[in-house]
Design a binder for this molecule. Structure first.
Ligand code: CO
Ligand code: CO
Ligand code: CO
Length: 322
């Protein structure tokens, strides 16, 4: 399915109104949020996919970090998680599944959350992920909407995990690029989320399958602001430039580019590999945050993150890449 297909299916669902539903399906946000009391809201999210790494333990870590990230992207704290497993038991050693689950559990524990259950079915292909439940103060929910003119845009992880995964599949990836990419994908967004506490954040999301531009587009579409990306400032993983020049691009990258073509104005001097990286589908990517410049400076003093551009009034609903 392309980026727009699922949204169209969801349009056909008749949803009921509930005053305690703080974030629902409408805005394509990272997770749902329901108010329990004036002090506590529940965050719920689910994510699972096929292996992105050869090593089952690392795959488990990546899938869990990716699922937990949606709670962090809402400004929340994960409480508990459930395993979701599809397993080809006729064709695969059960010890592989054990390693996947161990990897996932290590990230659940690193997040100070607990594993409370799960569900598995037999399937032709291994798939793994988590449903995660978290909490947040109802007044401190971060959503992907609300970016304001003059905000800085901050990105907390480099781009290129999809391009590197494609190079790995083609047996073209260097050990260094694989290791750095896996380290990035297994890293929790916990530190980034905690660094946002107490700052006045206008919008936040995590960068995953739609790529940086796709998730930024969700942030500004149908709003009265636009965005500028300074491509030279966007951090990318090692060897991504080389893999792009070799044409090692995931299929999702092209779909992402086509889907958002109408919203993007590309400067003539933007190097080809950066154009690609901005649309690269990320697994367990970083947080993308819109917040006032002085708040961004405070954020950067305690976190390894980068200001990659800003929010502007000039061209509402458009992303200018220069
Ligand atoms: Co997300
Ligand atoms: Co998600
Ligand atoms: Co069951």
């Amino acid at each position: 399915m392309g980026p727009g297909d699922l949204a169209r299916v969801l349009c056909d669902l008749k949803l009921v109104k509930n005053e305690n539903l703080l974030v629902g399906l409408e805005s394509g946000d990272d997770a749902g949020v329901v108010r329990l009391t004036d002090e506590i809201a529940l965050i719920q999210t689910v994510d699972f996919f096929t292996p992105i790494a050869d090593d089952p333990y690392l795959f488990g870590q990546i899938a869990a970090a990716n699922a937990l990230s949606d709670v962090y992207a809402m400004g929340g704290r994960p409480l508990c998680a459930m395993n979701i497993v599809c397993f080809p038991k006729k064709d695969m050693e059960i010890s592989i599944l054990t390693d996947v689950l161990k990897g996932g559990l290590s990230k659940i524990h690193e997040a100070d959350a607990v594993l409370v259950g799960g569900h598995s079915i037999e399937d032709r292909e291994l798939k793994y992920g988590l449903s995660v439940t978290g909490v947040v103060h109802p007044q401190e929910v971060l959503t992907n909407r609300g970016a304001q003119a003059l905000d800085a845009l901050v990105l907390t992880k480099p781009l290129g995990t999809g391009i590197i995964a494609t190079a790995v599949k083609g047996d073209m990836a260097t050990d260094e690029s694989q290791e750095v990419s896996i380290a990035s994908m297994t890293a929790l967004n916990r530190k980034a989320a905690e660094a946002l506490e107490g700052l006045s954040v206008h919008a936040c999301t995590d960068v995953t399958g739609f790529g940086l531009i796709g998730h930024l587009a969700e942030m500004i579409q149908d709003s009265d602001v636009g965005a500028v990306i300074r491509s030279a400032d966007v951090p990318i993983l090692p060897s991504v430039e080389e893999y792009c020049n070799l044409g090692l691009l995931p299929g999702g990258l092209h779909r992402n580019r086509d889907f958002r073509a109408g919203m993007v104005e590309l400067g003539a001097s933007v190097p080809r590999h950066l154009q690609d990286a901005l649309h690269d589908p990320q697994t367990s990517g970083g947080l993308l945050v819109a917040l006032p410049s002085e708040e961004a400076q405070k954020l950067l003093s305690g976190l390894d993150a980068t200001i990659i551009g800003g929010v502007v009034l000039d061209h509402p609903g458009k992303i200018l890449v220069r």
